[in-house]
Design a protein around this ligand. Structure first.
Ligand code: PEP
Ligand code: MN
Length: 349
């Protein structure tokens, strides 16, 4: 399969006309490999549009016949999965609200036993990687690992966020480490929740070596019955895909390889030095724990912590490090240091 794999289509199939025109226009761009549409929509609000159901499967089958492109729908239970198989759907995806629920994943897996349909598993809505890997393993048991792809659609967060679903890119490295042979796609539409950021998020996914993108597209995005803020027209999708740079995953050029390994060995040395220093710092924290215990002094002294942070923050410019990064590192170091003192003072290590 080519890289990038592009999946596109409306958030929801709404009418026959909207589904078929969107899909044929997407096919005309010659950039889209798989057509998508939601036909059963898991909505937060019961008043929202909940999808057209089986009718949508008929429209998508027509779109497949006209364009020659494979089709994908979301399934959330055994009944949906039976219907998808009955209509010869080529790809099914398990949505974020279903990945969280082992009961539903299990019943979908049971229907999939021995079938050929390809399965895409979106990350769960909450940042719990083991829930995601559990769902992947359940489906892999039923279907074999080869035809499972992963879809990163971001994680919901409490309070204000610039994203609809925060990407938390570093969590995705964990799942890729666990399933190194599985393709992973990014769904910038549900990460952004708007049109403006789609290119930016798609470019990050390309630079992190994702295998493709799932992007929602609609002939008239502002009139869409679901996710109107984030959909783009087929023509806008073409412009976005033309602007994206998919760089090589690797390069055999000897000058490049030599420079890369030289920089990497320096980085490895710095990592070793950094952790030797951190180990020494933790030994000192334990010594402090011992004397605080002897003198009956509490672990945390607010003013000292403010001083530690301010001392390093005042060097942020000279070090060319952002204040957020300095805070994150110091918070992690401080948390470990408190753990060590707690071990000494309360568990008598
Ligand atoms: C969708 O792709 O339309 C969808 C509902 O996605 P998610 O499960 O990521 O919210
Ligand atoms: Mn959607």
């Amino acid at each position: 399969m080519k890289r990038p794999i592009i999946i596109s289509g409306p958030c929801s199939a709404e009418t026959e006309e909207q589904t078929i025109i969107t899909c044929t226009k997407l096919a005309e761009t010659q950039k889209v490999d798989i057509l998508r549409a939601g036909i059963w929509k898991p909505r937060t609000n019961p008043e929202s549009f909940e999808g057209v159901g089986e009718l949508g499967l008929m429209w998508l089958t027509t779109a497949k016949r006209i364009t020659g492109l494979p089709i994908a729908i979301e399934v959330a239970n055994a009944e949906h999965t039976h219907k998808a198989l009955e209509y010869g759907v080529d790809y099914i995806w398990i949505g974020a609200r279903t990945t969280v629920n082992p009961f539903y994943v299990k019943e979908i897996a049971n229907v999939l036993k021995g079938t050929k349909v390809k399965v895409l598993i979106k990350n769960p809505i909450n940042p719990d990687i083991s829930l995601w890997s559990g769902a992947i393993e359940r489906i892999a048991h039923a279907r074999g690992i080869e035809n499972i792809w992963l879809v990163h659609r971001g994680f919901s967060a409490y309070g204000y966020s610039e994203y609809r679903n925060t990407p938390l890119w570093y969590l995705i490295f964990d799942i890729r480490r666990q399933f190194p042979d599985m393709k992973i796609l990014c769904d910038p539409s549900h990460i952004c929740g708007n049109r403006e950021n789609l290119l930016n998020i798609s470019q990050i996914a390309a630079d992190l070596n994702y295998d493709g993108l799932m992007i929602e597209s609609h002939i008239c995005p502002t009139a869409a019955w679901s996710d109107a803020n984030q959909q783009i027209t087929p023509n806008e999708l073409k412009i976005l895909l033309d602007a994206l740079k998919w760089r090589d995953v690797n390069n055999d050029n000897s000058i490049f390889s030599y420079s890369l390994s030289k920089f990497r060995s320096e980085i490895d040395q710095i990592d070793s030095d950094m952790f030797e220093l951190l180990s020494r710092r933790m030994k000192l924290a334990e010594e402090i724990g011992r004397i605080k215990l002897q003198s009956n002094v509490s672990i945390f002294q607010g003013q000292r912590w403010i001083n530690v942070v301010e001392r390093i923050l005042s060097r942020a410019n000279r070090l060319n490090l952002s204040a957020t990064f300095i805070r994150d590192v110091l918070d992690a170091v401080h948390a470990e240091s408190i753990n060590r003192q707690n071990e000494i003072m309360n568990k008598k290590k």
